[in-house]
Design a protein around this ligand. Structure first.
Ligand code: PHE
Length: 454
């Protein structure tokens, strides 16, 4: 590995800042919307169990490699991967695939973020008029045409403006202060949901695995979610690693991020499923699960309308942190290529994302509902192609790179900075990275393609 560390480069000011910013990228719709929705559509606890294993044996080691390479190289992702092994430029492909993944993710992510922003407005309006939101509210919004598109465009303009003006560091400050608020509100939700009559069935659903429910496709979804949740396999965390101060101990920091992120997902699950069962709903409620369940939970509380609004406000803020980190991947790359200012790059990226976002958003509308590519709607296809194909492939390459191609002493020295001798967790993690992580990813990808049968 060769190192180049221009002294003028931005860096997080403190260890806590580095932790909070990384968490700001990780925590988002993945925890609050996608985790419950996929858990509900894939049979509950068995899915959760595979997801937890995927975080421990795949997500965590890859997060460590991304942070290590990022800090060592102190460059944007495409450039970092392209130069990390002298003479092997082709690793830049990891960064380029990441650019593609970021664009695909944003196409459907902004659709869902648009729903969240719309719910901020709708819950406030409902509170003022003394009414509550119900499943018709969501159906009309998601299945509409102009309404979801306008919200999506608004979300993109907002995020692009943040990126263009280079104030994403300011956003990190906001996220840092509001993340604990989201955490507390989730706990309030949990308490309310868990004390509803019949809530126990939801807890069982979430935590008592029925292994017979497992299939190759469920395992692939759980793996894909682990990548998506921790923003892995596409260079985001490499870029964040490039801002990590030298005194951050990479392995413990990554472990804390993985734990906190998983904790928030589980808290969201503990609000949704007990309520779904208590209200006699279906866990497999699809992408609308969150939007239909949260207003119901709060409707059983004093000032529920206000709490509903607060919930969506905090979720909206969490989505901004994640979206900023997503847009930054193509933007950093375009700027680095030369020819374009930050502003131009941000606008170009926003326009491309919106162009792809239109078919994703309209795939819930009768107009495009029946248009399928590879048997999937545009929304599902973009999600599948990014989370379940590009991110795991990127992750596989990163794991192989970290475990087999980088200079081992240099890699370990960077990863274990802050320790006088190699700590046990550094040694364990390296072993997992080298032998377990790539094989697991490969097995899951091959079995989901039907090449092998597990
Ligand atoms: N981790 C984010 C979330 O859970 C989404 C994301 C994926 C962000 C990939 C950056 C890169 O919402």
């Amino acid at each position: 590995m060769s190192t180049s560390a221009p002294p003028s480069r931005d860096a997080f000011a403190s260890t806590l800042g580095a932790f909070a910013a990384t968490l700001g990228s990780a925590i988002g719709l993945g925890n609050i919307w996608k985790f419950p929705y996929l858990t509900g559509s894939n049979g509950g606890a068995a899915f959760v169990l595979v997801y937890l294993l995927a975080v421990a044996f795949v997500g965590l080691p890859i997060l460590v490699v991304e942070h290590t390479i990022g800090r060592k190289m102190r460059l944007n992702a495409v450039h970092a991967y392209g130069t990390v092994v002298p003479g092997q430029k082709f690793w830049a492909g990891v960064g380029l695939a990441g650019v593609a993944a970021a664009v695909l993710i944003m196409a459907f992510y902004t659709d869902v973020a648009g729903w969240v922003f719309a719910y901020v407005y709708k819950s406030f309006a409902a509170f003022l008029s003394g009414s509550t939101l119900d499943s018709k509210t969501f159906g009309a919004l998601a299945g509409g045409s102009w309404e979801p598109l306008l919200w999506q465009a608004g979300v993109l303009v907002l995020t692009t403006a943040i990126i263009a003006s280079g104030v994403s560091k300011g956003i990190e400050k906001v996220t840092k202060t509001l993340m604990p608020a989201l955490f507390i509100l989730l706990i309030i939700c949990d308490i309310r949901a868990l004390t509803l009559p019949g809530a126990g069935a939801g807890v069982t659903y979430l935590f008592k695995p029925q292994l017979s429910k497992l299939s190759a496709s469920i395992v692939l979804y759980a793996l894909g979610l682990a990548f998506f949740k921790l923003s892995l396999g596409m260079g985001t965390m490499t870029t964040y690693g490039s801002y990590l101060p030298d005194d951050v101990r990479i392995v413990p920091n990554a472990a804390k991020v993985a734990l906190a992120d998983t904790g928030v997902s589980l808290l969201a699950g503990l609000a949704i499923f007990p309520a779904v069962f208590a209200f006699g709903g279906k866990p497999a409620g699809g992408p609308g699960l969150l939007f239909n369940t949260i207003p119901l939970i709060f409707s059983k509380m004093p000032l529920g309308g206000l709490f509903t609004m607060l919930f969506f406000v905090l979720t909206a803020i969490a989505t901004i942190g994640a979206m900023v980190s997503l847009i930054e991947v193509p933007v950093a790359w375009i700027i680095e290529k030369g020819h374009m200012t930050r502003r131009g790059a941000a606008i170009l990226t926003g326009v491309v994302m919106f162009a792809l976002g239109i078919p994703a958003t309209l795939s819930q509308n009768p107009l495009l509902a029946n248009v399928k590519l590879f048997g999937k709607s545009f929304f599902d296809l973009f999600d599948f192609a990014s989370s379940n194909v590009l991110l795991p492939l990127g992750g596989l390459a990163i794991a192989v790179l970290g475990g087999w191609f980088l200079s081992r002493p240099e890699f370990k020295a960077e990863m274990n900075k802050g320790y006088a001798t190699e700590p046990w967790h550094g040694r364990a993690l390296f072993g997992i990275l080298k032998f377990v992580t790539p094989i697991l990813i490969l097995l899951v990808l091959l079995s989901s393609l039907g090449v092998i049968k597990l």
